[in-house]
Design a binder for this molecule. Structure first.
Ligand code: BG6
Length: 471
């Protein structure tokens, strides 16, 4: 039986409206929706910054000018500015929620977007419940969802005590990226991949998310998070889940969610010896950062997925700020042929064959294969069969996810059990780990990261541009 379509929200309440996330991501996304004529609900900004509506409008104009890209669509911006309202108040004060209720009236199904520090989630959710603003409403919660397994469980309990499960939208903007949605599609829309996609043919998997920039003014947030909580538990783990999951049993995202959870459940809890933490030189001088901070701005980890498909295959994940380039790439290294029929066959010479997914910047998929060099000798080179997928019209992930949340479509959001299972993997390493090792800005992190991967080769460093095959 077909399930009835969820009703669309008739208002958006945006908590943390004066913050950095709203400025950089949410306002440009709302503008994008306004440009497409897909936004017609009132937007009530909430914060405790002593702003007024005029100041909020100026902030939205600034965000659109700085972060939206493309020629300015003045009518769309005007429409967006016309939808804005502003409520100023302390989240601990019930009057703030009464003022919000007043500003939202007569909405019956608002979406409440919590673009606020995780430490305030519980307060705001309780405030919404007490003010009678939760019935028929949805809540969108930013990552990191909790800061370890216990806090994530508590947060799930609090959210569920006030909102039904299918009204809780845990956002991870990586799930709204085309290159990442394509992992799911590419794996299960093709038939050639499955026979090699397992422990028999795959030697190891690497995933790098590197950034040239530092904490970029977010020092105080970063001090509460660090790389593991900021990008590994969510963005990187979501990518691993899509790469490692079993085929869903049926069409529909419920089945995809169910398979993704099983990947996290099969991951071995991370041990200190499987983790290298790093900190770029100069991090402690960033505003908002403690002079003796041990927070990691880099991490490299070795994961084991103890499933029938992946037992024995190491997964290496690496991410960091102030590294040599800004790029995200996956490399699935295949096992060498069983016999060395040619002098230069892997593993003796060169890298073995691999499949490479370029996630950003640019989308590409490459399959490395050896081909014979012209000449008498049977020796060759490794070349890439290279597919550059430049398709116009990709929606920014926040626009896609905001539209989905407003429409009540939960496919691209994370389920409570998945969030908890992912934290369960990191939990031991969050509690007990080695010190953050210093590294030079512009490098690929501390040398201990190279030592971590050494038993299975070396890191593959993604190039700054993904527009061509790798030589
Ligand atoms: C965010 C993190 O979730 O993702 C940032 O908080 C990180 O620290 C960002 O830079 C990376 O996202 P993207 O889309 O730029 O790769």
């Amino acid at each position: 039986m077909k399930r009835p379509r969820p009703e669309s929200s008739d208002a958006l309440a945006l908590f943390g409206v004066t913050g950095d996330l709203a400025h950089r991501m949410i306002f440009p996304a709302l503008y994008e929706l306004a440009k497409r004529g897909a936004l017609a609900v009132p937007i009530v900004g909430v914060a405790y910054s002593h702003w007024d509506l005029a100041r909020l409008r100026r902030r939205v104009e600034d965000a659109v000018a700085r972060f939206a890209g493309g020629a300015l669509d003045r009518p769309a911006l005007r429409r967006l500015l016309g939808l804005l309202r502003y409520v100023d108040g302390d989240y601990h004060d019930p009057d703030t929620f009464q003022a919000l209720k007043h500003a939202l009236a007569p909405a019956r199904r608002p979406t409440h977007y919590l673009a606020i520090p995780p430490s305030l989630f519980a307060t705001v959710i309780a405030g919404l419940g007490a003010a009678g603003l939760a019935g028929g409403a949805r809540v969108v919660v930013e990552k990191p969802f909790g800061r370890d397994l216990d806090s994530a469980r508590r947060l799930n309990e609090i959210a569920r005590s006030t909102f039904p499960d299918d009204s809780i939208f845990r956002i991870d903007h990586y799930l709204g990226k085309e290159a990442i949605m394509n992992i799911l599609y590419f794996r299960f829309a093709n038939s050639f991949l499955e026979p090699v996609w397992n422990r028999d043919r795959v030697a190891s998997v690497q995933l790098t998310l590197s950034e040239r920039f530092g904490v970029a003014g977010r020092g105080s947030f970063y001090e509460t998070a660090g790389c593991l909580r900021d990008v590994v538990q969510n963005h990187l783990f979501q990518i691993v889940a899509l790469l490692a999951m079993e085929p869903p049993a049926r069409r529909g995202f419920g089945a995809v969610h169910a398979e993704k959870v099983k990947v996290f459940q099969a991951m071995r809890p991370l041990q200190p010896g499987d983790l290298v933490r790093g900190q770029y030189e100069g991090y402690r001088e960033e505003p908002g950062v403690a002079k003796d901070s041990d927070v990691e701005t880099f991490c490299a980890l070795r994961l084991h997925i103890d499933s029938w498909r992946w037992a024995g295959v190491p997964w290496y994940l690496r991410s960091g700020k102030r590294l040599a380039s800004t790029a995200a790439e996956i490399l699935v290294e295949l096992k060498p042929p069983p016999q060395r029929l040619f002098a230069d066959s892997a593993p003796a010479a060169g890298r073995p064959n691999y499949l490479r997914f370029r996630l950003s910047p640019g989308h590409a998929i490459a399959l490395a294969a050896r081909v014979k060099r012209v000449g008498e000798a049977f020796v060759g080179l490794q070349r890439e069969l290279f597919l550059l997928d430049k398709q116009p019209g990709e929606e920014p992930p926040y626009a896609r996810l905001l539209a989905d949340a407003l429409a009540g479509r939960g496919a691209l959001f994370t389920r409570a059990d998945a969030v908890e299972a992912a934290w369960a993997v990191l939990d031991p390493a969050l509690k007990r780990h080695g010190p953050a090792r210093p590294y030079r800005p512009g490098s690929w992190g501390p040398r201990q990261a190279d030592e971590l991967i050494a038993p299975h080769g070396a890191w593959h460093n993604p190039a700054p541009s993904g527009d061509g095959p790798r030589r």
